[in-house]
Design a protein around this ligand. Structure first.
Ligand code: SF4
Ligand code: SF4
Length: 290
C-alpha cells in the first residue's frame, strides 16, 4: 500500500505539540472558499508552475514529450500532461513542481526516524494533514501503527467529513485529533465549503464521547463565521470536553498558490480584529489559543 503525498514538512511547530513532521496527503472532499492548500485538493498528481521564477527560456517546452507546454511557457495544456516530471527536472529555475507522490510506510518511517530525537526532546511527533488525510485512512492506520511500534507520537488533522468507522479504526493509534470546525450553521457551511456539517458535528461528538484527545481548530473569517451568536452555539456544542480550542484568524498567505496550480481563485475575505477574537475566546469553557 502507498500513500498519496503532496509534501512532507519537517520541524513544523503549528501542527500539534512540540517539533513535528507534517505529512500533507493529497485529496480533499471539502471545497473551502478560503482554502490555503489548493494543491492538496485534487487526488490526482498535478503540475505546479511558479510564474515569478520563470525566465521564459523554453527548455521545459522542448523537453516535454507530450507537447503540453507552449514555447517559452506562455501556454500549458493540462489535459495533455501525464505528470512524468521531465520538465521539472529540466527547468533551471525551479519554476515547476510535481504535486502528488506515492510513498510507502517504510519510506516515510525512514524519514520520521531521522527526526526521532527532536520529537523526543520537544514532545513532538508526526502529524497527518492535507487535504483530508482520512480519505487515506487505511494507509494512515498502517503508518500510525509503525509509529506506535517506534515510539513516535501521532496527530491527525481532519475536517471530519468521513464515516465514523474510519476514525474508530484510528482511535487506538492517534494521540491527538486536530479537528476543524469551520462554520456552525449548516446552510452557511454548505455555501462556503460545498458540504453540510451534520456528519462532521456528529463525528466530533462521538470522538469526544469516546474520550479522544481533541484540539478544535476554527478558522475565523470576518462576516462569515465570527458572529458571537454562531460562536456561542459552537462553544455550547463543545462544552469543556476538548483539550483546547484554537481560533485561526483568516490570512491571505498562500493565496498565490491558486495561481501556481492553475486556478484563478483570488476570492478574499476579511481578517477579524484581534480584540474581537479575544471576545469570542471568552465564550468557550475550555482553553482557547488565538
Ligand atoms: S510533467 Fe511531463 S507531460 Fe507534464 S508538462 Fe512536464 S514534461 Fe510534459
Ligand atoms: S524551463 Fe523553467 S524557466 Fe524555462 S520556460 Fe520552462 S518553467 Fe520557465
Amino acid at each position: 500500500m502507498t500513500g498519496n503525498i503532496v509534501q512532507i514538512q519537517r520541524f513544523s511547530t503549528q501542527d500539534g505539540p512540540g517539533i513535528r513532521t507534517t505529512i500533507f496527503f493529497k485529496g480533499c472532499n471539502l471545497r473551502c472558499a478560503w482554502c490555503h492548500n489548493p494543491e492538496t485538493i485534487d487526488p490526482k498528481p498535478s503540475l505546479g508552475f511558479f510564474p515569478d521564477r520563470c525566465v521564459g527560456c523554453g527548455l521545459c517546452s522542448q523537453a516535454c514529450p507530450e507537447n503540453a507546454i507552449g514555447p517559452h511557457r506562455q501556454s500549458f495544456s493540462p489535459e495533455k500532461c501525464r505528470c512524468c516530471g521531465i520538465c521539472v527536472q529540466t527547468c533551471p529555475e525551479n519554476a515547476l513542481s510535481l504535486f502528488g507522490e506515492k510513498k510507502t510506510v517504510g519510506e516515510l518511517m525512514a524519514l520520521l526516524l531521522r527526526d526521532r530525537r527532536y520529537f523526543d526532546n520537544s514532545g513532538g511527533g508526526v502529524t497527518a494533514s492535507g487535504g483530508e488525510p482520512m480519505l487515506q485512512w487505511e494507509f494512515i492506520r498502517e503508518l500510525f501503527a509503525a509509529c506506535r511500534q517506534n515510539g513516535i507520537s501521532t496527530a491527525l488533522d481532519t475536517a471530519g467529513n468521513v464515516p465514523f468507522a474510519h476514525y474508530e479504526a484510528l482511535l487506538p493509534l492517534t494521540d491527538l485529533f486536530l479537528f476543524d470546525m469551520k462554520i456552525y450553521d449548516d446552510a452557511k457551511h454548505r455555501e462556503y465549503t460545498g458540504v453540510g456539517n451534520a456528519r462532521i458535528q456528529q463525528n466530533l461528538k462521538q470522538l469526544l464521547d469516546r474520550g479522544a484527545a481533541v484540539e478544535i481548530r476554527i478558522p475565523v473569517l470576518a462576516g462569515v463565521n465570527d458572529s458571537p451568536e454562531d460562536m456561542k452555539k459552537t462553544a455550547v456544542l463543545l462544552g469543556n470536553a476538548p483539550k483546547k480550542v484554537k481560533l485561526l484568524p483568516y490570512h491571505t498567505l498562500g493565496l498565490e498558490k491558486h495561481l501556481i496550480v492553475g486556478q484563478n481563485n483570488t476570492r478574499k475575505f476579511q481578517t477579524p480584529e484581534k480584540e474581537h477574537l479575544q471576545e469570542l475566546a471568552k465564550l468557550f469553557a475550555c482553553p482557547v489559543e488565538i
